[in-house]
Design a protein around this ligand. Sequence first.
Ligand SMILES: O=P(O)(O)OP(=O)(O)OP(=O)(O)OC[C@H]1O[C@@H](n2cnc3c(O)ncnc32)[C@H](O)[C@@H]1O
Ligand SMILES: [Mg+2]
Length: 197
Amino acid sequence: MKKVLIATKNEGKVKEFTFMFSEMGLEVTSLLDVENTPDVEETGTTFAENAALKAEEISELYNIPVIADDSGLVIDALDGRPGVFSARYAGIEKDDNKNMDKVLDEMRSVPPEERSARFVCALAVARPGMETLIVEGYCEGEIGYKKTGSNGFGYDPIFVVGHTSSTMAELTKEEKNKISHRANAMAKLKDQMHLLF
Ligand SMILES: O=P(O)(O)OP(=O)(O)OP(=O)(O)OC[C@H]1O[C@@H](n2cnc3c(O)ncnc32)[C@H](O)[C@@H]1O
Ligand SMILES: [Mg+2]
């Protein structure tokens, strides 16, 4: 089975990419499987810039095609925060619970009709000597009032999926991998995969 290297150290992402790429007959490896890989500095101001930074640095290092994901939660009532700072919103320790508590606290007096938000996922495919390909996927929803559900990862327990009353963390992995921002970005990548691997 052909392998694809995802330039991520996020276990939640690795599980979802493993599920979605296996449907294309591709096996996933990630930076969790490789010793002493660099932490790429995410100095970009957009998800796409950060995804490209991660994919290009790792592709250059190993001289192979690499995919990277930069993703996060964009909340309208917080002027788009946490955005590209989603991982470290409550501090550099990247604690999902603290991140969610900070968002719930900042949103505590925001009325129901103003709690709209979206997940964004930018995927970058970097190949030695070739132009980097970028696709983006989105998932609309709103911020709940408490953490509900135990599936998924990150901000899933406080994100109520649009037109449903379920949080992303209440969906099964099959359901999430059909409607998420990551699934929507993958769908755009799917018809180009034969060119890449
Ligand atoms: O950079 P890599 O190594 O991929 O790992 P990371 O966790 O730092 O990843 P990002 O920089 O892309 O930050 C993503 C943040 O957005 C959150 N996030 C991303 N996708 C999510 C999803 O599907 N559900 C919930 N939260 C998500 C996640 O918890 C992180 O806090
Ligand atoms: Mg990161």
